[in-house]
Every structure is written in structure tokens, then in C-alpha cells.
Design a protein. Structure first.
Length: 512
């Protein structure tokens, strides 16, 4: 026991040093976790010798991580972004699965191996994206909501895939599915969802009077359902995930999430450490081209299909690009799925090594991509117009507004923008609304409100708008880079104009 404690302490210290170095170099902490995981792996320093004893901690960590994922799987988010979440989420899964399966076949993998690999490539990480979007303050942006929406759709598909694999057990023939097991799983899921809707909100309201009780109940609920599903012949991961989903409709889900965030971050570190410890460079050396090609499918192919689908729906190239970057890594479900396949004897351990390396590469790359997304967009902007529908570009030409001078231009018709527009209309002000959500532009047009489809970051749009007689500009857009661009434009055109802007941070308000 003492040696295990010393070993674990050493792992944490190494992770701390590497992560601190990453922070000092202004690199994402996730990169530090990944490097620390590689350093403790058998292929480098081989410090993780008690992996069997730490497997319980690993399983507990995965359960907590998936509970946190489930906590954010609120169906209301899908309803809010609706069509785009379903089309993009399912469309990207189908595209990646088909492409991954074909490439797997060409690289010499068998049918079952190809199916597991292509499924692993198809899902993206809700945990990582939620953390990165939260760190950037982009959760409430249009692309942030859409990204979370289609990631939730993907997570629901992943749950179904895990349940099917668990039902298959040691057989790989679909005809061997145990109907009794499927019925039990469906019954448990339906019962838990009903409990989540009608019982848990009242229970959490009672427990919310004591913060410690609420946290203890949340952890206990997650562990109880994980154990229940394990005893029922399903995986612990499915139970933990459904535990989070049942609490996702609770009015105290945000408080539960905040309380469990330190646990999530700690187990995220453990997740990468143990992931790195399973890395076998021998297996990777034999499949290096497979790793490179599969990484490109995820890092390049997934964002391209999301940009294409969102462009077909009618979103701007910028929204599609930013949302596309959020699917440029594989999911925690990918590793769980492959691990289940190995435990049932469907595939060999080399598939886990390939998946792990693809995961490390794409998770690291996507972290950089999302952090520097706006700089990347500015670099690729001219080439991205091919993803915009030509008929939607006509909205830029004034289809839903009259060419005249406006008293006020309102950028962003979100909740704040909605209230502001109503107040301005009651004051008989001539208002032009500018928004990059095509659905909002069409809704405003039906109500007889002048609206312009476009992105406030688009220089061409700003050059086309006539600010000369406008008395006031209001921006409800939370991004400081966008608001600074608007200010620079206004200073050149009309310095006497009143400019009202939103800032979520004090330092951003000072800059503005």
C-alpha cells in the first residue's frame, strides 16, 4: 500500500511540474497532461507499475467524467439549436464512420476492427470542448451553443453504441443480441428518465439547503447507478452517464456542476495519465501510417464536414469554421468503446494503442485550434466562402432591410438584444438588426423588422453598412475582438456616435 501511495504521489508531482511548464509557456494545460501521461508510460520512464491497483481509481475517474458529461446533456439545449444540432451531429458521425471504415479496409484491418476504429473516430469529446469553451467564455455564443448541441447528439448516439456493444458481450454477431438484456436496459433508462423529470428536481431542492449534502447525494447517485448498470450486465460508464442525464433537468444542475468541477479536473488529469500509460510505441511503430491517416480524418475531415453541413443549412463561414474546430478530436467514449471491445475479445490491444495515439494527437491539436480559432479564421477566411450557400449570401445584399438611414444599429439579437429591440421600437426608433443566425434574420423579417444577415467580424459587411447618419450602435456580442473591430470602424466614420457594448470581464471593459 505504501509503495502505491508513493508511486501515485510521484505521478501527481510529475504532472504538476509538466503542467506548470506548459502554463509558463502559455500552452493549454491539456497538453501538459498529455505529455505527463507519455512520460510515465512503459515506453518512457515506466513509472506506473501498479496499474492493476490503480484501475479502480481509473474506473472511478471515468465514471465521474461521464457523470459530468451527462449533467450537461440537457435536452433543452438541443431544442434551442434544433435542426442544426441533429443534422450536423448525426451527419458528421455517418460521414466519419463511412470514411473511417473504408480507410481501415484499405489499410488491411478486418471488418470488426474497422467497425470499432471508425466508430472511435466518429465521436468528439464533450468534456474537452466544454472546458475549452468555458475557459474562453464562448459557451453562450452561437457557435458555442451549436457545438454543445451537436456534441450532445453525438453523446446520445455513443450511449446507444455502448449499450449495443455491452449487449453483444462475447459474440460479434448481431443475431446474438439478448432481447432480455435490451428490454432491461430500455426499462432502466426509461424509469430513470421519469425519476429525473418528476422526483429528482424536488429531492435536490430539499437537499440544496445544505451544500455538502447536495454534493454527497450527487456523487452517491452517480455511484449507485453505475453499480446498478454494472450488475445488470451493462457498463459502469453507461450508468454514470445516465446518472448525470437524470440530474440535467434539475434547477441545481449548475451548482452540482460547479461543486464537482475540481473532481472533474482532477480525474481529467488521471484520465490522461492512465491513457498515456497504455501507450505502446511498438504497436504504433507497426501502424504509424494508420495513426497519421486516422488523425487527419479527425483533425481535418471532421471540421470540413461540419462546415459543409452548416453552410448548407445557412450559417456563415465563421460560425461553421468555429463550430467545425470543436469536432477535431476523438471522444472519451472512443477509448471506452475500444476498451470494451478488447475485454469482449472482439479486437486486439493494438487497436487501443492506435486509438490512444490518435486521441493524444487530435486532443492536443484541437486544443491549439480552439484557443487560436479566431487567428486561424482570419487566415483561412478567403477560402471559406465555398462553404456558404449562394442564396444565403443574398441576405447580405439587403433582402430583409430597406436601404435607409437608421437611428440605431443593433448587433446580435440574443436575449439582451430582444429586450433592447422591443424598447427601441416602443420609442419609435428606426432600428437595423445585424445577426449571423439565418433563422433569427428570417424570424425578424416575418415580423416586419429590418434585419441584415452577416457577421460583425466581416470587414466587407462593415464597409457596406452606412453608419454616417446612425446615432447609436449597440453590440450584445460578448467577444471583445468583435467589439474592438466595431469601435475602430466607428472612429473612422462617425466619432460622435454613441456606442454601447457588453463585456463579461473588467479588464475587457477597460480595453473597450
Amino acid at each position: 500500500m505504501e509503495s502505491i501511495f508513493i508511486e501515485f504521489s510521484l505521478l501527481i508531482i510529475i504532472a504538476l511540474i509538466v503542467s506548470a511548464a506548459a502554463r509558463a509557456l502559455k500552452q493549454p494545460l491539456i497538453i501538459g497532461y498529455i505529455v505527463a501521461g507519455i512520460l510515465v508510460s512503459p515506453s518512457v520512464f515506466n513509472l506506473l507499475k501498479s496499474s492493476d491497483n490503480l484501475s479502480v481509481l481509473s474506473q472511478l475517474g471515468v465514471a465521474v467524467l461521464l457523470f459530468m458529461v451527462g449533467l450537461h446533456l440537457n435536452p433543452k439545449i438541443i431544442k434551442e439549436v434544433g435542426k442544426v444540432a441533429l443534422i450536423t451531429g448525426i451527419g458528421q458521425i455517418l460521414f466519419t464512420f463511412v470514411l473511417g471504415f473504408l480507410i481501415s479496409h484499405l489499410l488491411g484491418f478486418g471488418f470488426i476492427e474497422g467497425a470499432y476504429i471508425s466508430l472511435a473516430l466518429a465521436f468528439s469529446s464533450t468534456i474537452i470542448i466544454m472546458k475549452l469553451l468555458s475557459d474562453k467564455g464562448d459557451v453562450a455564443t452561437l457557435y458555442g451553443k451549436i457545438s454543445i448541441g451537436f456534441l450532445i447528439v453525438q453523446d446520445l448516439v455513443a450511449i446507444l453504441a455502448l449499450m449495443i456493444v455491452s449487449s453483444l458481450g462475447e459474440g460479434v454477431n448481431l443475431s446474438s443480441l439478448a432481447m432480455q438484456k435490451i428490454v432491461i436496459g430500455a426499462g432502466l433508462t426509461a424509469s430513470l428518465l421519469l425519476i429525473g423529470i418528476y422526483i429528482l428536481p424536488r429531492l435536490t431542492k430539499t437537499l440544496a439547503n445544505n451544500q455538502e449534502l447536495l454534493l454527497l447525494f450527487s456523487i452517491g447517485w452517480a455511484m449507485a447507478l453505475a453499480s446498478l448498470f454494472d450488475l445488470s450486465g451493462f457498463s459502469i460508464e453507461i450508468g454514470a452517464l445516465l446518472a448525470g442525464i437524470t440530474l440535467s433537468s434539475s434547477p441545481y444542475r449548475y451548482e452540482i456542476g460547479i461543486k464537482m468541477t475540481p473532481l472533474r479536473d482532477f480525474f481529467l488529469l488521471i484520465f490522461f495519465l492512465l491513457l498515456g500509460s497504455q501507450l505502446s510505441f511498438g504497436d504504433i511503430g507497426n501502424h504509424i501510417w494508420a495513426v497519421i491517416i486516422f488523425s487527419l480524418v479527425v483533425f481535418v475531415g471532421n471540421p470540413l464536414i461540419v462546415m459543409f453541413l452548416m453552410g448548407r443549412i445557412g450559417y456563415t463561414k465563421r460560425t461553421g469554421f468555429l463550430a467545425g474546430l470543436t469536432v477535431s478530436q476523438i471522444s472519451e467514449f472512443s477509448f471506452i468503446l475500444v476498451a470494451l471491445g478488447i475485454s469482449y475479445g472482439h479486437i486486439g490491444s493494438e487497436i487501443l494503442s492506435i486509438t490512444t495515439m490518435v486521441g493524444l494527437i487530435t486532443m492536443a491539436g484541437s486544443s491549439y485550434g480552439i484557443i487560436y480559432s479566431r487567428s486561424l479564421y482570419n487566415f483561412f477566411a478567403d477560402w471559406l466562402r465555398i462553404f456558404e450557400r449562394k442564396d444565403m449570401r443574398k441576405l447580405d445584399e439587403g433582402k430583409y432591410h430597406v436601404e435607409e438611414n437608421y437611428d440605431v444599429m443593433l448587433f446580435g439579437h440574443n436575449r439582451i438584444g430582444f429586450d433592447l429591440l422591443r424598447s427601441l421600437k416602443s420609442l419609435k426608433k428606426k432600428v437595423l438588426v445585424v445577426d449571423f443566425n439565418p433563422d433569427i434574420v428570417l424570424q425578424l423579417a416575418r415580423r416586419g423588422i429590418d434585419a441584415r444577415y452577416g457577421d460583425a467580424n466581416d470587414i466587407e459587411l462593415l464597409e457596406d453598412l452606412d453608419f454616417s447618419e446612425t446615432k447609436m450602435i449597440i453590440s450584445t456580442i460578448p467577444e471583445i475582438s468583435t467589439n474592438l473591430l466595431l469601435i475602430r470602424k466607428l472612429e473612422r466614420v462617425n466619432r460622435n456616435m454613441i456606442f454601447i457594448v457588453i463585456a463579461h470581464q473588467i479588464d475587457e471593459a477597460i480595453k473597450l
